[in-house]
Design a protein around this ligand. Structure first.
Ligand code: G6P
Length: 607
C-alpha cells in the first residue's frame, strides 16, 4: 500500500523524506518520489526501490525545508517513472501525493480533458493536482476542499504549492494519515513508524478531516471547515511494534485490515443498482451472454477462495462453474474450450502452477481473467482481463486479507456477468449488493469479539487433531479455517463436508476432540446439526461459528463464536474471520513464529 511523507521545519526536507520512505518500505511499493519546495518546487521520482531515488537525489540534489514524499503501490497505471508520485499541475506550482483510489476517476478525467487539460501519467492522482490548481484562488486549504468535494473514493491526499511556502495541506478520507509533532518541525505520514525515531507525539487525522501543517504544528478541521480539537497521542511503542501498527504480528494486523480491504476492493466498482464497473475487465456483454462455462483455477488459499467463488457463480448465475487446483488442472487434459472463461486466482500472480494452468486455458481458446493482488504480475500481463484485488501487500506468509479480497472480487465478477446475461434470482442479487456495502461494518464487529476466540483457542492449542465441518459454503470456509490452523499452529487438522463425517472419520472422534462447525447456511442447518449430534454422542468438543440471532445453536455447541447476520450467500465472508483469529491465537499460545511459519513460502514460483 502506498506510503506518504511530509515535512515542514528548519532542516533540509529531502533527507527527512527519504528516511521516512525507507521506514515505510515494509508496506510494499513499486516506485517512489519526493518533491521539495525551495524557490520553486522540484520533483525526483523513479520506478523501483527508494535506493534508486536516493541515487537520483544525490546526483541532482534538492534544496528546501518543506517537502512531500511517496512510495507507490500501483493501482491506476503500471509501475513506472511517469506514474510515480508526486504529480504536478501543468504549471508545476502545485504538487500532490495520494494514497487510495479516486472512484470517479474516468468521469473527472473526461471532464478535464474536455476543458483542455492534458495529462502525462495514467494515474488518478494527477487529476487531483489539476483540480487543486483549477480551484486555487489564494487559499490552498480552500482549493483542496473544493477539489476533494469532486473526488469520490477512499484516499489520503497531501498538497503543497509555491504560492504558500511553509505549509502543507492534507485530507483524509479513510486512508490513514498522522501528524508527528516535533520541536519547531512537523511531519506528516501515512503511518507512525515513518517518523517514530523523530517524535513520539502525534495527532491522528480522522476520516473526513483536513489538516494544515506548518513548522509550529497542525490545525485540524472537518472537510466542511469546522475546527477540530485533537488531543496529542504519546506513543511508546518500539519501532518493531510500530511497523505492525501496534499489533503483535503482521498476520493479526492484516486480519484487522480486512474491513478496509473490503472497502478498497469495492471502491468505485459497485453501483447501488447492482451494476459492477470493473476496470481492466474488457469482455463485452455478448461474451458474457454466450459464456459456456466458468473455470476457476488456483493453489492454496487462493483455491479456497475459488471454492467460495464457484458456489457464488453457480447461485447468482445458475451456470456450470468448477474450481480446479492449478497443479491438477494443468496435467488433467481439461475440457476447456473457446467460449469458456477461466478465472486464475493468485495473490502474487507468480505461482508457477497457476500460471501453467492459465496458459493451458489460453492455448485451448478460453478467455483468461486474472484475479490478483499484484499490478503488473506475470499472470496480470498474460491475462485478457484483470481484476485487481487491492488488498495491499500482505507481509504475513499465511494469507488472510488477500483471501478476503479474492472473495469480494468474485462477488463483483458474478454481478458483472449477471448484469449482461441475467441474474438467476434478482432478489438474491440485490440482497448481496446491499450486504456487500454493509460488510466493512459487519467485519469490524467480528473483530470486537476477538477475546472470545482467544478463549476458545486455549482448548485447541492443547489438541493433537482438530476437525472442521460445514456444508456448502460453510464447508468452503471450513477448508480455509483448517488450512490456516495447519499453516501456523502445526496442529493437525482436517476439513470435510459435514455429511462426510459418518463415512469414516467419525471413528477418530473421541472424548474432547475439538470439532469446529460452521453454520451460516440456513437451508442446510438441520442437516449440519445431525452431524453435530454424531460428534456430541462421542464426546467431541463443539466450537461453532454461527449468526448472532441463532438461538438454537447454544443447545448443541460447547462454544459459539458469533458473527452478524447476513444473507447466507455472504455468510462465508464474515464467517471466515473467527477461523482466521482462531488459527492466530492457537499459534500464539503455542509460541510459534506466526509471520514466518515453517515450510511455507509466500509465493511458490517452482512446480
Ligand atoms: C503459497 C502461499 C499461500 C498461497 C499459495 C498461492 O502456498 O503460502 O498463502 O495461497 O502459495 O499463492 P498465490 O500467490 O498464487 O495466491
Amino acid at each position: 500500500m502506498c506510503g506518504i511523507m511530509g515535512y515542514v521545519g528548519p532542516n533540509q526536507a529531502a533527507p527527512v523524506l527519504l528516511d521516512g520512505l525507507r521506514r515505510l518500505e515494509y508496506r510494499g511499493y513499486d516506485s517512489a518520489g519526493i518533491a521539495v519546495l525551495g524557490s520553486t518546487i522540484e520533483v525526483r521520482k523513479a520506478e523501483g526501490k527508494v535506493g534508486r531515488l536516493i541515487d537520483l537525489t544525490e546526483a541532482s540534489p534538492l534544496d528546501g525545508s518543506v517537502g512531500i514524499g511517496h512510495t507507490r503501490w500501483a493501482t491506476h497505471g503500471a509501475p513506472s517513472d511517469l506514474n510515480a508520485h508526486p504529480h504536478s499541475d501543468p504549471s508545476g506550482a502545485f504538487v500532490v501525493v495520494h494514497n487510495g483510489i479516486i472512484e470517479n476517476f474516468y468521469d473527472l478525467r473526461d471532464r478535464l480533458i474536455a476543458d483542455g487539460h492534458e495529462f502525462v501519467s495514467e494515474t488518478d492522482t494527477e487529476i487531483l493536482a489539476h483540480l487543486v490548481a483549477e480551484a486555487y484562488d489564494g487559499d490552498l486549504a480552500g482549493a483542496v476542499r473544493r477539489a476533494v468535494s469532486q473526488a469520490e473514493g477512499a484516499y489520503a491526499l497531501v498538497v503543497m504549492t509555491v504560492h504558500e511556502p511553509g505549509k502543507i495541506v492534507a485530507v483524509r478520507r479513510i486512508s490513514p494519515l498522522v501528524v508527528g509533532l516535533g520541536d519547531g518541525e512537523t511531519f506528516l505520514a501515512s503511518d507512525i513508524p515513518a517518523v517514530l525515531h523523530r517524535t513520539r507525539d502525534f495527532l491522528i487525522v480522522e476520516d473526513g478531516e483536513l489538516v494544515i501543517v506548518d513548522s509550529e504544528g497542525a490545525t485540524i478541521e472537518t472537510i466542511e471547515g469546522v475546527t477540530v480539537e485533537r488531543d496529542r497521542l504519546h506513543v511508546d511503542w518500539d519501532s518493531e511494534m510500530a511497523e505492525k501498527g501496534g499489533y503483535d504480528h503482521f498476520m493479526l494486523k492484516e486480519i484487522h485490515e480486512q474491513p478496509a480491504v473490503v472497502t478498497e476492493t469495492l471502491a468505485g466498482r459497485l453501483e447501488e443498482d447492482g451494476s459492477a464497473w470493473l476496470d481492466n475487465v474488457h469482455f463485452d456483454d455478448a461474451f458474457a451472454r454466450n459464456l459456456r462455462r466458468i473455470w476457476i483455477t488456483a493453489c492454496g488459499t487462493a483455491y479456497n477462495a475459488g471454492m467460495v467463488g464457484s458456489e457464488v457463480f453457480r447461485r447468482l448465475l445458475r451456470m456450470p462453474t468448477s474450481v480446479e487446483y492449478a497443479h491438477e488442472m494443468r496435467y488433467a487434459d481439461p475440457l476447456v474450450a473457446e467460449g469458456d472463461l477461466v478465472i486464475a486466482i493468485s495473490q502474487s500472480g507468480e505461482t508457477a502452477d497457476t500460471l501453467a494452468a492459465a496458459r493451458l486455458a489460453k492455448e485451448r481458446g478460453a478467455r483468461l481473467l486474472a484475479l490478483t493482488n499484484v499490478v503488473g504480475s506475470t499472470l496480470a500481463r498474460e491475462a485478457d482481463d484483470i481484476l485487481y484485488t487491492r488488498a495491499g501487500p500482505e507481509i504475513s506468509v499465511a494469507s488472510t486479507k488477500a483471501y478476503m479480497a479474492m472473495l469480494i472480487g468474485q462477488y463483483l465478477l458474478a454481478l458483472r456477468i449477471g448484469a449482461a446475461r441475467g441474474l438467476a434470482d434478482p432478489d438474491l442479487a440485490s440482497r448481496v449488493i446491499h450486504g456487500l456495502h454493509a460488510l466493512p461494518a459487519a467485519l469490524e464487529s467480528v473483530m470486537h469479539r476477538e477475546a472470545e476466540v482467544a478463549e476458545a483457542a486455549k482448548r485447541i492449542a492443547e489438541a493433537d487433531d482438530v476437525y472442521f465441518i460445514g456444508r456448502g459454503l460453510d464447508y468452503a470456509i471450513a477448508v480455509e479455517g483448517s488450512l490456516k490452523l495447519k499453516e501456523i499452529s502445526y496442529v493437525h487438522s482436517e476439513a470435510m463436508p459435514a455429511g462426510e463425517l459418518k463415512h469414516g472419520t467419525l471413528a477418530l472422534i473421541t472424548e474432547g476432540i475439538p470439532v469446529v462447525v460452521v453454520l451460516t447456511q440456513e437451508a442446510l442447518y438441520d442437516k449440519t446439526v445431525s452431524a453435530i449430534q454424531e460428534v456430541k454422542a462421542r464426546g467431541g468438543d463443539i466450537i461453532a461459528v454461527a449468526y448472532d440471532d441463532d438461538d438454537r445453536i447454544a443447545r448443541f455447541a460447547d462454544t459459539v463464536l458469533r458473527i452478524p447476520r447476513s444473507d447466507d450467500l455472504l455468510g462465508p465472508v464474515s464467517g471466515v474471520v473467527p477461523l482466521q483469529l482462531l488459527a492466530y491465537h492457537v499459534a500464539k499460545i503455542r509460541g510459534n513464529d506466526i509471520d514466518q511459519p515453517r515450510n511455507l513460502a509466500k509465493s511458490v514460483t517452482v512446480e
